[in-house]
Design a protein around this ligand. Structure first.
Ligand SMILES: *[C@@H]1O[C@H](CO)[C@@H](O)[C@H](O)[C@H]1NC(C)=O
Length: 155
C-alpha cells in the first residue's frame, strides 16, 4: 500500500502539470498571430485639396497640426496640393492615436483623428499601408485606396 501511494502521487502531479501546460501553450501562439500588424509601418497623408480662396495662390491658406500623446508632427501652413505625411506603428496596447487640428483660412479650427489604431489598423492595411486624407471645401475626406473618398469630417 505504502509503495502504491509513492507511485500514484507523483503521477497525479505530472498529469496536472501536463494539463496546465496544454491549457497555457496555445496562448503565446494566439498572441504572436495578433501581434503581426504591430510590425507594420503605416503611412499617413493629409493633402490640401482646397480650392484657392484668395489670391495670390502662393500664400498658404490651410493650417495643420498633428500629434499623438508623445509625438508632435509639427505646425504647418500648407499650400494647395501639399502633402503633410508621417509614419507610425501601432503600439502594443493598440491605443495609437494621432489627431490633427486643421483650419482653412477664415474658417474655424476642426479636430480630426488621422490615425486611430482601433479604427485604422485594418482599413489602412489595404493599400501600401496608407491612410489618405484629402482636405476639401466641405470637409476632410478619407480613402484607403487612393480612389474612392468619403467625407468623414464635414467642416
Ligand atoms: C494617390 O494618387 C495621387 C494622384 O494619382 C498620387 O499623386 C499620390 O502619390 C497617391 N498617393 C499614394 C499614397 O499612393
Amino acid at each position: 500500500m505504502g509503495n502504491l501511494k509513492i507511485i500514484v502521487f507523483p503521477m497525479l502531479v505530472l498529469a496536472m502539470a501536463m494539463a496546465m501546460a496544454i491549457s497555457v501553450l496555445p496562448y503565446p501562439w494566439a498572441v504572436a498571430v495578433s501581434e503581426d500588424t504591430l510590425f507594420i509601418n503605416y503611412h499617413i497623408h493629409v493633402v490640401n485639396d482646397l480650392p484657392l480662396f484668395h489670391s495670390p495662390p502662393d500664400v498658404p491658406q490651410f493650417y495643420l497640426h498633428c500629434k499623438s500623446g508623445d509625438r508632435d508632427i509639427g505646425d504647418k501652413a500648407m499650400l494647395k496640393g501639399e502633402d503633410y505625411s508621417w509614419d507610425t506603428k501601432v503600439n502594443l496596447f493598440r491605443t495609437t492615436l494621432f489627431f490633427c487640428n486643421a483650419r482653412w483660412i477664415n474658417y474655424k479650427w476642426i479636430r480630426f483623428d488621422a490615425f486611430k489604431a482601433s479604427r485604422d489598423e485594418k482599413r489602412c492595411g489595404e493599400y501600401h499601408n496608407s491612410c489618405m486624407w484629402s482636405v476639401r471645401s466641405n470637409g476632410i475626406y478619407f480613402s484607403n485606396n487612393n480612389a474612392t473618398w468619403t467625407n468623414e469630417y464635414p467642416w
